[in-house]
Each structure stands twice: as C-alpha cells, then as structure tokens.
Design a binder for this molecule. Structure first.
Ligand SMILES: O=c1ccn([C@@H]2O[C@H](COP(=O)(O)OP(=O)(O)O[C@H]3O[C@@H](CO)[C@H](O)[C@H]3O)[C@@H](O)[C@H]2O)c(=O)[nH]1
Ligand code: MN
Length: 370
C-alpha cells in the first residue's frame, strides 16, 4: 500500500548527493514531492514541463530544481528540438541530456512512496543507488538472485572467473498497485492491482531484451546516457507509450555489446493512477503491431568493431533502423534521423553546454528552487 507519509529512516549523508539528478516529466503541479521529501530533498531535480509552456507548474518549497518547458527546449536545441517528443512523457529524455551528473533517477508524478511487507516506507532512490553501485552478472545466471545483496552470494557451480561481475548501467524498478500494463490488458483487467512484493533484484541476462518502463528508472549516465533517447512519440507521431520501450531495447543491445549490466526488481513505488486505456490503445496500436518486427530486429543487431563508444553504437543502430525498419513504416526513417540529432545534441551539449547555431548560453540550469 502507499506510504502514510510518516517517513522511515533516511541515510544521514545521502549517497551520491552531488552526483545524481532526479528527472521528472510533468504536466501538473508536483505536490507528489511532499511524500518523497525525506528521500529527494537533498538532490537536485530536473523538471521537464510538457504541454503548454505558459502554464505554471507549482513545485513545493525547499527543493533545489531547474525547470525546462517547451520554449526552453526549443531555445536550447534549436532545430534539433524536433527530436524531443511533445505531449508525451518521452520528453523526460531532455532532462537526461542537460544533466551534468553521473547518475539519473527518473520518476513519474503519479508514483508515490510504497511500503514493503514489514510496513516500512521504501526509499526507492537509495535502492536504485545500491543497484547501480554494485556489479551485474549478465553472463551466468545466479539462482539466488543478486549475489551482491545482504545475505546472498554466488551459489555452488557459479564460475569464479565470472564472480567479479560487470558495471551496472541500468536499474529498473517496479510498481505496486497500478501495474504498467498495455491498453488491451488494461481493458481486459481494469481492476487488477499488483499486490505482489517480490524481494529480489535480478540481472537481465545478456542476449535477453525486456520491456523497460520509464516511471521508476535509474541509470549511470556516463555508461549508457546517450542510448537513453525516448524516441519520437506523442503529438504528430503515429505511436505513443513505446518511448521507454525503445530506449530499453536500444540500451540493452548496447549494454550487451559493451559488457554492461541491467538489473530489474527492487525498488517498488506505488503507482497511483491508471491512464485511460482507450487513449492508451490509440497511442499503442501501431507499436503492438510493429513490435513483432522490431523485436527480431533488435535480437539480430550486431555492431562492427569500430563501435567502441555508446555514441558510435547508437549511430550504427540508427543506420540499421533506417535500413531494416524503414521498410516497415516511413516513421522509422524519421526516428533514425532523430536518433542522430539526439546524439549530435548530446555531444554538443556535453562539450559546451550549447547546441548548434542557437548556442544559447545555458548555465547549468537556473536554480529556480531553494
Ligand atoms: O503528455 C504528457 C502526459 C504525461 N506526462 C507525464 O508523464 C508521466 C506519466 O504520465 P501518466 O502517469 O499519466 O501515464 P502512464 O501511462 O502511467 O505512464 C507510464 O506509461 C508509460 C508511458 O510511456 C511510461 O512508462 C510511464 O510514463 C507523468 O509524470 C506525467 O505528468 C507528460 O510529461 N506529458
Ligand atoms: Mn502513471
């Protein structure tokens, strides 16, 4: 169940306080932060305001944040702003691009503090940090789950040569209450709630894809940030609610190739609002059809040896998307071009805090809070 708001113990010195940004895509006031205050207040927030930029988003007092609306995105990225979705939670990836920190945690504004079976408030951010700071084991499955967590280890028969593990790039959290179901499942099971708390963190094996949900997600921006592009969704696009899926498939094949790990499981958040299944069906229907081709495409992706960085892998991926998925629908030609624009913007902003001719001098986000 959702936390009551009487908060659990909070680490005295917040881990990664100055090395992690919290990115929130939003179209509403951020009162939900009140419940997260003990866990989030020490961290810097990057708020990506979607929809009407003239609307004022209320942020509770005491948070250190920078807020970007569509006017800011257009000013900072210039023509490349077209690669950032409008009227879709995919806009959150703009926050990943402008962050200067090593780690990112992104959360939706209808996600609240959940309670574990002992009725203790779950500090989801602390669990994600634990997941990211401990190695992953993608090459050989440990049947006692995460060998690096308290009270577990590698089981008999686990090769000692593989026990060092690999750096963890992604930590994928889950949700109690409203599960992240697609529209058809939502329509068939409108009252289904997730009440099952599974106390486990798993490394997703190399060579296995997974449906990455963006509502409770953390990643090492230095290891995999350039691959966390949430695609072209929402306004003017033939697809929606496949933003996080696209980023998850792209990043997983690149993590597999570069020898990086992806974990899923703890932490849980309490997802409070089910979005409209009919609206979701309209957004998803192409994706449900196309993904039967998209998944075999990602399963067949290989990278030439020249691809030694995430950016080079991503550009190579964009070429393969155009060559192999462009036949499926012309949307994928547009998407492939946007993937290139994203990498160019990422590289330019990382180098100078500016993008393209706009060269809008962007301080590292005007702190508009605290
Ligand atoms: O046009 C929009 C709509 C919403 N947002 C912000 O995005 C998140 C998620 O919105 P919401 O909770 O309403 O939608 P869900 O269906 O639960 O979203 C999850 O499903 C996937 C959609 O791709 C994704 O994994 C989750 O986001 C909220 O913070 C809204 O304020 C927006 O920015 N623009
Ligand atoms: Mn939601």
């Amino acid at each position: 169940m959702a936390g009551s708001g009487s908060y659990g113990a909070v680490p005295s010195t917040p881990l990664l306080k100055d090395e992690l940004d919290i990115v929130i895509p939003t179209i509403r006031n951020l009162d939900f932060l009140e419940m997260w205050r003990p866990f989030f207040q020490p961290y810097h927030l990057i708020i990506v305001q979607d929809g009407d930029p003239s609307k004022t988003i209320r942020v509770p007092e005491g948070f250190d944040y920078e807020l970007y609306n569509r006017n800011d995105i257009n000013r900072i990225l210039g023509p490349k702003a077209n690669c950032i979705s409008f009227k879709d939670s995919a806009c959150r990836c703009f926050g990943f691009l402008v962050s200067r920190k090593k780690y990112i945690f992104t959360i939706d504004d209808d996600c609240f503090v959940a309670k574990d079976p002992s009725d203790k408030e779950i500090n989801a951010l602390a669990q994600h940090i634990k997941n990211l700071l401990s190695p992953s084991t993608p090459f050989f499955f440990n049947t006692l789950y995460d060998p690096f967590c308290e009270g577990a280890d590698f089981v008999r028969g686990y090769p000692f040569s593989l026990r060092e593990g690999v750096p963890t790039a992604v930590s994928h959290g889950l949700w109690l209450n409203i599960p992240d179901y697609d529209a058809p499942t939502q329509l068939v099971k409108p009252l289904e709630r997730n009440t099952r708390y599974v106390d486990a963190v798993l490394t997703i094996p190399k060579g296995t894809l997974f449906p990455m949900c963006g509502m409770n997600l953390a990643f090492n921006r230095e290891l995999i940030g350039p691959a966390m592009y949430f695609g072209l969704m929402g306004d003017g696009q033939p697809i929606g609610r496949y933003d996080d899926m696209w980023a998850g498939w792209c990043s997983k094949v690149i993590c597999d190739y570069l020898g990086l790990g992806v974990k899923t499981g703890l932490p849980y958040i309490w997802h409070s609002k089910a979005s409209n299944p009919f609206a979701n069906l309209k957004k998803e229907y192409n994706g449900i059809y196309w993904q039967e081709e998209i998944i075999p495409f990602f399963q067949s992706v290989t990278f030439p040896k020249e691809c030694t960085t995430v950016q080079k892998c991503y550009i190579e991926l964009s070429k393969q998307v155009k060559a192999k998925l462009g036949k499926l629908d012309s949307y994928f030609n547009k998407l492939a071009d946007s993937m290139v624009a994203w990498i160019e913007a990422w590289n330019e902003f990382s180098a100078s805090g500016k993008v393209g001719a706009a060269a809008a001098e962007v301080p590292n986000g005007p702190a508009k809070g605290k």
